[in-house]
Ligand binder design. Sequence first.
Ligand code: CA
Ligand code: CA
Ligand code: CA
Length: 359
Amino acid sequence: MKILYFAFFVLLFSSCSKNIDENCFIVKEEKSVYIEEKPYTIKEILAEKPNYLEIISLKSFRTFKEDSIYVHDHKWENYEQRMKGKEIDLKDFKDKFFDDFMFFNNEKIGNVQYTLGRNNLGYWLLKIEKNKPSAYFLGLSFSHYYLNEIQTRPIIKDGFLQIEGSLVKIIKVPGLPGYDDYSSIDEGMLFKINLKDLTKDADNDGYNDIFEKCFGLNPNNKDSDEDGIIDFEDPNPMFKSEKNKFTDLYENLLPEYSERLDFKKRPYYFEVFKSDCDYFRQVNPKEYKVLFTSENEDQQTDYIKSTDVFNFGISKIKKNKMFPERFYIQKWGSSSSTDYAAEYKDGKWKLEVVGTIVV
Ligand SMILES: [Ca+2]
Ligand SMILES: [Ca+2]
Ligand SMILES: [Ca+2]
């Protein structure tokens, strides 16, 4: 038993000390190969269906085509315009949730207002009750589930959320990254979730259990990374922030927006990054919240595996063998990538753009 313990300890120790180097620095040049992922079949989607979700086949329904043509004609260019028409209905939601969601289908029951929302992470049920906003993540991947923009039934009924929609697959538009299109693989469905399951927040930290499970937070601990700041208020709720040279480099490269955000007011706005590098994962962002997932698929949640929630990425660091304080790092967004040379001097990083590729 002792030997086994020892072996285990050595293994653990050596893999830890190796990790930070391998996970943060480019040891040998890896060629990235783009593999087009095969879309799920109906059977595969249903096999991964969350157990809190009930799917009912409808006899009469608004077709996928009808709804998606409507969305197509109105979304993007005309979204603002379309929302103007709904200003009175959605004003309260805009006031409480800013532009963090695209809203659709609002409903009022007594003094409680509901609407469906979508952001870069997925679908949410948004609620305003006694002037207090709450958001509940549905955990239904937009790679698999399409929720109709126009609902012909009430979305809240008998203690359930019920939404009409389809099972879909994403069709990549060649040459236009980010302009994904959908095609229905089974339509006319009613997605039902018991509101008790949906709104369950076991640790009472403001994020429902479904959200925490989908993104790898701890649904039974208010403070997932135990840094003393509860998940809802923590700009980096998964990893304890640290101050060090390379974390500082990653902080310098975090995406910036034209508008200054305030994560305290916008707890549902996240950027998600794929990284196993501790230096990166220890960042302390100032304006918005961040979540991390492993680069290793085996360690990702089912939700992240099937859903493209990434707007940006930052690479590992490449060392310069001749100049120990000079490094190279790449940052990418949906339509471009930029290579930087970074030099650490007098306790500060100086970044220089050495190349930009527009996709
Ligand atoms: Ca929670
Ligand atoms: Ca939590
Ligand atoms: Ca925390």
